[in-house]
Design a protein around this ligand. Structure first.
Ligand SMILES: *Cc1c(COP(=O)(O)O)cnc(C)c1O
Length: 373
């Protein structure tokens, strides 16, 4: 028997989450963001759940090629654009749309001669200061692209830094919406692509008139972009992945006994400890502190002590029926024998670990077998 750990990808949940993105973005087309191998879920696995998206957005050229291999004929967008001039030929060969966010990419396009019509997304640096042209340089970049006979369409693109919260006491999108309006107005364009999951869910109605496209990422996989303010349930999102394993050993320990490396957990009373076949080499965060939530046979309990490479340890107080072979849910859904579903949202695990659901999903290790339901 293989090690008992496995991940299940829930296709119905992912298509449901896509429908939530649509419901919050009336009149907009939806990019399903599948970068980082679909946030760790596997592009191959999630493709059937997302093939009624309007397009796929990602970063890696080989992931774009994989989507074509899987039969996707619709739009694909490279969110960071091309990385070297020869990538432009790749975009032509596979009909891939690409972002232009810097001067180098603009020059590569200017020196390309082709009969292929490129669809490009010109990125505005709306204040996040990662990618894009500053507002005062944007119109010039736009005009240079427009002058190229092999550019068949330009869509403005921006990314919000604070859509999941506020910015200096204001709405998290107000400042950047103003920047966008100032830049887009004189160019005679009304709409582009601005929203990530947080903007879609929190500001969908307000942004709809500016959104030809929205870019849904984390919400497709069931993570809440503004947790803990809102749990996935608040947004009617369902987990796209369940990571589960089993207890492989049980230790009865006495008051004063310790558990795991560094003896960071000291028992204050006699207790039962369960040993789970899951460690940081599976992608579970090593910095999960004592107290991180976890389900054993569907009962919510806590981790104790340090996470090691292949194992972690849990408190079995109050779960007398737990034994080696009991199912452990690291995150996602546990289906009880009575048909009830006990859910541990991935955000509940990420928070005590000082991270976000994104990082946990993306960290799922290659050695964990993945199946689809
Ligand atoms: C990853 C990414 C998104 C998706 O963000 P979520 O918060 O996961 O919805 C949107 N736009 C760009 C440019 C991205 O890189």
């Amino acid at each position: 028997m293989p090690r008992p750990i496995s991940a299940r990808i829930h296709l119905e949940a992912i298509s449901h989450n896509l429908s939530r993105a649509r419901a919050h973005s009336p009149g907009s087309k939806v990019w399903a963001v599948v970068k980082a191998n679909a946030y760790g879920h596997g592009i191959r696995h999630v493709y059937p759940a997302l093939d009624n998206a309007d397009g796929f957005a990602l970063l890696d050229l080989d992931e774009a090629a994989l989507l074509r291999e899987l039969g996707w004929k619709g739009p694909i967008l490279l969110l960071e654009g091309v990385f070297e001039p020869s990538d432009i030929a790749f975009c032509e060969a596979h009909d891939i749309w690409h972002t232009i966010h810097n001067e180098a990419q603009l020059r590569w396009m200017e020196s390309r001669h082709t009969s292929h019509l490129h669809k490009v997304f010109l990125k505005l640096n709306g204040g996040m200061n990662r990618l894009g042209f500053k507002p005062e340089l944007y119109a010039a970049a736009w005009e240079r692209l427009q002058a190229l006979p092999h550019v068949g369409g330009i869509t403005p693109m921006m990314h919000f830094s604070d859509a999941d919260g506020s910015r200096f006491g204001q709405s998290g999108i107000a400042y950047q919406m103003e920047v966008f309006a100032k830049v887009a107005g004189p160019l005679g364009v009304k709409a582009g692509t601005l929203s990530n999951s947080a903007a879609i869910l929190r500001h969908g109605a307000e942004l709809a008139p500016l959104s030809e496209w929205v870019r849904a990422g984390i919400m497709l996989y069931g993570g809440s972009p503004d947790y803990p303010e809102h749990a996935p349930e608040h947004w009617d999102l369902q987990p796209g992945m369940t990571l589960s394993s089993q207890l492989i050993a049980i230790q009865d320990i006495q008051t004063g006994d310790t558990v795991g490396y560094g003896s960071t957990f000291v028992a204050e009373r006699p207790m039962r400890i369960g040993v789970v076949a899951c460690g940081y080499a599976d992608g579970y965060p090593r910095h999960a502190p004592t107290g991180t939530p976890i389900l054993v046979d569907g009962v919510r309990t806590r981790t104790v002590g340090r996470v090691s490479m292949d194992m972690l340890t849990v408190d079995l107080s109050g779960i007398p029926q737990a034994m080696p072979g009991s199912t452990v849910t690291l995150w996602g859904d546990f289906h009880a024998p009575d048909g009830e579903v006990r859910r541990l949202p991935i955000d509940d695990v990420a928070l005590p670990c000082g991270t976000v659901s994104y990082e946990l999903m993306c960290a799922l290790a290659r050695r964990v077998p993945v199946s689809v339901d």
